[in-house]
Design a protein around this ligand. Structure first.
Ligand code: C5P
Length: 220
């Protein structure tokens, strides 16, 4: 039987990674964080000393980008070649260049192909795939499509709590700038036709996971 795809999109700080991962664990399904690939490519570009704003140079780097990610929600490590970049892709330096990489159409097409290959190879009954354009571009035909949102102030507060030690104002500003840049490329603030919105503004973490699981159980 075919793998059930649960597509989850949303802005930065919506909690979509942790919520999607927890939902996958509870369902016993696989989990794919697509942002990790955009981040890993950004890390690779910086590592190769390619100018991230030089689209042609970034495109040149794609054939050598040897990306691997596990889809077990309990242990999803990220590799570029032999290097474990699981931690390195979360640094502010990588985060700062990822939007420039993500707006290159050839990059999006390349990574979309990679994601579809990973989804195809899933050996579990289902996979929760999370990002910005999963409900609209990567898996528009998925049987379950969710937009995870939360009010901006709540998203900023959650993200600053995660990044303890950084000033809330600085984190908020960086997040807002990244969302603005990303939203020019794909719309992840408004639910596309047939996409169910889960607003976590007034929900705690477990309640948000419950809400996602309910959408899955209703649809799948
Ligand atoms: O989700 P995360 O914050 O890790 O994503 C990092 C970046 O990757 C986003 O800011 C966006 O530029 C890009 N991205 C994307 N499409 C996706 C997932 C992530 O453009 N499906």
């Amino acid at each position: 039987t075919e793998t059930i795809v649960v597509a989850v999109d949303g802005p930065a700080g919506s909690g979509k990674s942790s919520v999607s991962k927890a939902a996958a664990r509870r369902l016993g399904w696989a989990y794919l964080d697509t942002g990790a690939a955009y981040r890993a490519l950004s890390w690779y570009v910086v590592e190769r000393q390619v100018d991230p704003t030089d689209a042609a140079a970034v495109i040149d780097a794609l054939p050598d980008f040897d990306y691997r990610i596990g889809t077990d929600p309990a242990t999803s490590h990220v590799y570029v070649g032999d290097t474990d970049v699981t931690e390195a892709i979360r640094t502010p330096e990588v985060t700062a260049v990822v939007s420039a990489i993500a707006r290159v159409p050839e990059v999006r097409a390349f990574l979309t192909g990679l994601f579809r290959g990973i989804i195809r190879k899933t050996d579990r009954d289902g996979i929760v795939v999370e990002g910005r354009d999963i409900t609209t571009v990567v898996c528009p035909d998925a049987p379950v499509r969710i937009l995870l949102t939360a009010d901006e102030a709540v998203r900023m507060a959650r993200r600053s709590a995660e990044l303890a030690g950084h000033s809330a104002a600085h984190v908020g500003e960086a997040l807002r700038r990244r969302d603005e840049a990303d939203a020019r490329v794909v719309d992840f603030m408004n639910a596309a036709d047939g996409v169910t919105t889960v607003d976590s503004t007034d929900l705690d973490f477990d309640q948000t996971v419950d809400a996602v699981i309910q959408v899955v159980q209703k649809a799948a």
